[in-house]
Write a protein that binds this ligand. Structure first.
Ligand code: ADP
Length: 492
């Protein structure tokens, strides 16, 4: 049979003698020590199962420091408090602070039954703790898997409250929506959907979400560490054309590289002709050559952008990570954007508080995201305002949210999800025709993802748009866990 080990931490000789006497006829082992560093170490080495902590160790008006005792290394053992007879106030306060029981001193009645009851509680707590840990680990495991999915997934309570959304869901609906009602946030309804109200087990349904894409959902019931039932729903994108899009992407990647070589030859021979090395040119011929040169320059730009986009989308890009302040990153692109806005008579504003916590980021890539978003806002706004704002959100150990808002043409609902696709541009008579290849948003989203963030949009046609992205604030362990200053992209 296992022999339990009991330890008294205190200075009272009489208590030591009484406990020794009470435990002598049992197979329990006993030790006593002063609650100083050495005594605590001895008790830890002894491998105690229950601690009797003398209240005299603590100043009169202070409660028993259960937290401190736990930090000393007694993480899960039951702690009984020894208080002077009549000091019921201390006994009650100790119980409230987390002690498992108390005994009065001088010890008169046999303390053995109370010690055995305490050990029993300890065993029970250990078992419960084990199951809670198992459930917590399982829950964390589920969340890690969900976080890596490219399609939306969420967990809701039986009262339809959103408890968790994975990054893909947050890219559709936005961050900071936990706690809201699922039927309202996800499906714009004023009451729970039938599939949830009527079904109690697993369910399947199809939905067109806010991004205009169609998803097939499946939901199951899961138990959280407190034993409460929650509903986990996972969607799969079944929008027609997804496969075709992937084929396009591969095709583009191959073709963009192949275009580089003949274009370089065109450039070279145009230069030879333009420099007169192929014979004298008329004014007219020089004019034509300049047009060819200008257009080949545009084409080269487009190809370089395509190759950059392809590298980013396939995760083949390295980032130069530094601890940075968002304000300094915004400054990199602020004057250029200001000039662009001024050129169109648009009011441009930047509101970034000085006291935002720093982020761990590739400054030039995040500046590229801000330039893309704000550049679009200026492009698609004919009059009014374009504004960059930033703030702190205390979820997940802190996120910095950057918003780029405009009063421009807005985006039709059915295009909201598609604008993040490669080459997608909204086709509308109202759109003021502007240059652009439809690459900026897909690149921006991938850069933000590679930083552990999400990028999403809110917009109403004719009213304006707001693009938001959220990045985790810098934690000192972030640098230590990576190759200094470098991080690989996430891949498309
Ligand atoms: P590009 O701007 O080069 O066309 P993007 O990927 O940056 O490519 O944007 C894709 C499309 O999304 C744009 O062509 C436009 O139709 C729409 N869009 C993006 N930002 C805005 C905005 N702020 N207002 C209105 N439409 C926008």
């Amino acid at each position: 049979m296992r022999s339990y080990k009991v330890c008294y931490l205190g200075h009272d000789r009489e208590v030591v003698l009484a406990l020794e006497r009470a435990l002598s006829g049992t197979n329990m082992k006993f030790m006593s020590a002063f609650p100083d560093g050495e005594g605590v170490n001895q008790a830890l080495e002894f491998g105690v199962d229950i601690i009797l902590w003398d209240k005299d160790n603590t100043p009169l008006d202070e409660p028993v420091p259960i937290e401190r005792i736990r930090k000393m290394g007694f993480a899960s053992q039951p702690i009984m408090v020894v208080v002077s007879e009549g000091d019921s106030e201390s006994a009650i306060k100790s119980l409230a602070a987390g002690a498992s029981d108390f005994i009065y001193k001088p010890i008169k009645a046999n303390p053995l039954p109370r010690i055995i009851a305490g050990l029993n509680v300890g065993q029970h707590q250990k078992r419960v703790g084990y199951y809670v840990r198992m459930l917590e680990e399982a829950n964390e495991g589920i969340k890690t898997i969900l976080a890596s999915l490219k399609d939306p997934a969420y967990i809701v309570s039986p009262e339809y409250q959103i408890l968790y959304m994975n990054p893909a869901a947050e890219e559709i609906f936005g961050e900071g929506l936990r706690g809201g009602a699922c039927y309202q946030v996800f499906y714009d309804r004023i009451e729970p959907c039938d599939v949830c109200r009527k079904g109690s087990g697993s369910a399947r349904w199809r939905s067109v979400l806010k991004n205009g894409k169609t998803y097939r959902f499946i939901s199951v019931m899961v138990k959280n560490p407190r034993g409460e039932i929650q509903k986990l729903a996972v969607g799969v994108d079944v929008t027609p054309g997804e496969e075709v899009k992937k084929i396009h992407q591969t095709f583009i990647s191959n073709v963009s590289h192949d275009l580089r070589t003949p274009l370089a030859a065109i450039d070279q021979y145009v230069s030879i002709l333009r420099d007169g090395l192929g014979g004298e040119l008329s004014e007219e011929q020089v004019k034509y050559l300049d047009i060819i040169r200008k257009n080949s320059f545009r084409l080269r730009n487009l190809i370089e952008n395509l190759i950059d986009a392809n590298n980013i989308l396939s995760g083949k890009f390295k980032m130069k990570m530094e601890v940075m302040n968002l304000k300094d990153i915004v400054k990199i692109v602020e004057s250029q954007l200001e000039e662009q806005a001024r050129g169109k008579g648009i009011t441009f504003g930047v509101q970034v508080p000085d006291d935002l916590p720093p982020i761990y980021a590739d400054a030039s890539r995040i500046a590229q995201v801000i330039a893309n978003l704000a550049g679009n806002s200026i492009k698609f706004t004919e009059q009014g305002v374009v504004q960059i704002r930033a703030g702190f959100m205390p979820r997940d150990e802190g996120r910095i949210i950057v918003s780029v808002e405009d009063s421009g043409i807005g985006i039709p609902r059915e295009d909201l999800g598609k604008i993040f696709d490669l080459f997608y541009r909204v086709e509308s008579d109202k759109v003021y025709v502007e240059e652009g290849a439809g690459l900026g948003l897909s690149i921006s989203r991938e850069i933000v993802r590679a930083h552990g963030g999400t990028l999403w949009v809110e917009s109403m046609e004719g009213m304006g748009s707001a693009f938001h992205f959220a990045l985790p604030v810098y934690k000192s362990k972030q640098v230590a866990s990576q190759t200094p200053g470098e991080r690989q992209g996430t891949g498309g």
